[in-house]
Every structure is written in C-alpha cells, then in structure tokens.
Design a protein around this ligand. Structure first.
Ligand code: GLA
Length: 371
C-alpha cells in the first residue's frame, strides 16, 4: 500500500449499555473495537473518487460534482453520502483513489456503516490537507446516514467510531455530547461478541418507526410536563405522567426511562468493579428491548437465552439497532472457550443458524497515518 498517501481507519463499535436512548438524549456506553474500516487514499488529479475494495470485485467511480446521484448503489453509497455532506459543509473534495478494507461484518449491528462514513470523511480531509476534528467528523457522518441513506439514527455509532479510545468505554451524553472515558476494567471477565447471523431486513423502517414513536410520546408528555427530551423524564415522573399515554407508547417510554437508569447504575458498577451488578443490568436491558421496545426477535433472543444459561456468564444482551445482529456477553475469562462451544450448539439447535464469535478488543476509534 506504499503508493497511497494515507491510511485512515475508523472502528466498528459495541455498546455496553444504553440502547435506543441516544436519539432520546440519553447517555450511552459504547466502545470502539478492533473490527474496522480501513481506507488507503491518494490524490488522482481528476474530479472523481474512485472506490475499490480488498474484499469485493466491484469498482465504483463517483463524480465529485454529482455526489447526490449514488443513493441506490449497493456498495459505495455510504462513501458518496459522506463525501456529499462533507462537501456541503464547505470542505474541498479532491479527486482521489480510495481502497477500502472493511473487517466489520455488514449488517451485524457493529456499525460498519458508521466506520465507513467516518473513515471516508477523514480520508477526504487528509488528502485535501485538512486536519478534521473527530467530533465534527462524527456529526457529519451522522448527517450522511440520516440524509443520504434515510436511517434517522442517533449519534452513538459515529461518535464511537471517531472518538473511541483504546481500552475505554465512553459514557456519552447524547444531549450535550459531553463524554467521560471510563477504563473498561472487567476483572476476571471478558466481553464476548456473538453474531446471530440472521439476515435482517426492514431494520431501517422499523428503526425509524421506533424513533417516531418516541417523538410522538415526547410531544404528548410535553403537554403535561416541561422536559426537553425523553431521557430527562425521571422514573417517578414516568409513574405520574406515563399512565395517560397510549399502551404502545407507554411501553416504549418505559424502556427509555429504565434504560437511562440502568446506564447510570452501570457506570457506577464499572467504576466500582462490580461485575455481578453489571451483568444483571445487561440482562435487564435485553428483557426491556425484547418486551417493551420490541426490537429483538427470535434469533437474538435464542442467542441471549443460551448465553444466560451458562453459570460463567453474568449477563448478555442484544446490541445496536436490533432485529438481528450481535449480542455481548460478560463471561468468566477462564471459561470463554466452553461458553462459545455451548452457546454455538444451543443456538444452532434452537434456530438452525450458526453463531460467529468475535473478540472485543477495545481500540482507538479513528487513526490517520501518513504512508
Ligand atoms: C443504531 C443507531 C444508533 C442507536 C442504536 C440503538 O445503531 O445507529 O444511533 O440508536 O441503533 O441504540
């Protein structure tokens, strides 16, 4: 890769806890992982961004003056969207060749899309001689996801991908973007990531539906109480004011209020090194995503159930947008191999799908290296 000018990497992410609360102004606890998107970039003196991939035969050429035209591409649409939003924000886009190498499995709930958007913007800035601020890159990447690909997402994934720090989780306030980095010290335990490998479709529409439900609930609640986001509703306010909500909206708000509370306690448990409490919170989070937020599904539920049956596992839950994707489990380090073997077998038996396991090594989010 010596003939490229820069190597830019942006990470996929896990989320310890705080699911489906980022777009409600809540706190989340993501971390950047070693699965990432790498972009090798060099200027090419044309008005095209030429994309190629290490793992795909496709080659795509994006015309810098018509970046809005690539929404329907199977591969290259995230890059086009990221470039367009960066351009609209007033940045110079140079013609360049970009070789992309993505180790984040697509559609797995580990934020391959955020990793692609963040690394593409940072690569465009690098090749244009700009020093991009990671938070700004994250915000533009989020805008690209919302406006170009139509997923009305929160800021968690792009922020984690751009601002993650080795061996730390981020306690990120999605209302203010204040971020506290907490060392991920799990004592004798380790986080195992497992992919349920069920292809999920409709995730975008269901995700947008959940988001719309929370917005509707906020509107109704604001007729009675002065809050600027759902995450500001306390459990006791929910008790008093939640009763008037339509049944489904009440369940959704119940999840948000409970999950925000769990994030608060999980941060304390992590700081105190109390893995039992952390594990219990993971289990409660999954139950709430399954029963109240209704974003899990047969396969993720089976995977979590198999994990929770193991005495070496303190807690397990689905992460990300849901309807498939990955789980994390807090497992005694000395029992990791037995855990994987049991969960693999039990999950296969229950669903017919083969789970894949990944290490949860926590890395820096964004790196830019001059070659
Ligand atoms: C997706 C979105 C995030 C967040 C999670 C759920 O990953 O991109 O913004 O809402 O779902 O926590």
């Amino acid at each position: 890769m010596k003939d490229y000018g820069f190597k830019v990497t942006a990470a996929g992410r896990i989320n310890l806890i705080g699911e489906h609360v980022d777009y409600c102004g809540g706190k989340v606890m993501p971390a950047a992982i070693s699965l990432k998107n790498t972009v090798y970039v060099r200027p090419n003196g044309t008005n095209k961004i030429n994309l190629s991939w290490t793992t795909l035969p496709d080659k795509v050429s994006l015309d810098i003056d018509n970046l809005q035209n690539y929404k329907d591409l199977k591969y290259g649409n995230y890059q086009a969207g990221a470039a367009l939003i960066w351009q609209k924000a007033g940045h110079k886009i140079c013609g360049c060749d970009m070789l992309q190498d993505c180790t984040v499995p697509f559609g797995s709930g580990l934020s391959s899309s955020a990793a692609i958007e963040v690394s593409t913007i940072a690569a465009l800035a690098a090749v244009a001689g700009e020093r991009a601020d990671p938070v700004d890159v994250a915000l533009k990447a989020q805008t690209a996801e919302r406006e170009y690909t139509g997923v009305n997402c929160g800021i968690m994934d792009q922020y984690a991908s751009a601002c993650g720090k080795k061996d730390h989780v981020m306690l990120l306030d999605c209302n203010t973007l204040e971020c506290e980095y907490l060392p991920l010290r799990l004592g004798d335990y380790y986080l195992i990531i497992a992919n349920c490998n069920k292809p999920h479709n409709l995730i975008e529409s269901k995700y947008n539906e959940r988001r719309a439900e929370t917005e509707e609930a906020l509107k109704l609640l604001r007729q009675k109480i002065d809050i600027n986001c759902l995450a500001n509703l306390t459990p006791s306010q929910f008790k008093s004011y939640g009763t008037g909500l339509p049944r489904i909206l009440k369940k959704r708000v119940g999840h948000v209020v409970g999950e925000c509370e769990r994030v608060r306690v999980a941060a304390q448990a992590l700081k105190a090194g109390n893995m039992e409490i952390l594990g219990r919170l993971l289990n409660l989070s999954h139950a709430s995503l399954r029963d109240d937020y209704e974003v899990t599904g047969r396969e993720p539920d089976a995977l979590v159930e198999a994990a929770q049956k193991q005495s070496c596992c303190l807690g397990s839950r689905l992460i990300g947008g849901g309807f498939g994707g990955c789980t994390i489990s807090l497992v005694k380090t000395s029992s990791v191999d037995d855990f994987k073997e049991f969960v693999y077998g039990a999950y296969l038996k229950a669903t017919g799908y083969k789970a894949t396991f990944y290490n949860s090594d926590i890395e820096d989010g964004l790196t830019i290296t001059k070659l």
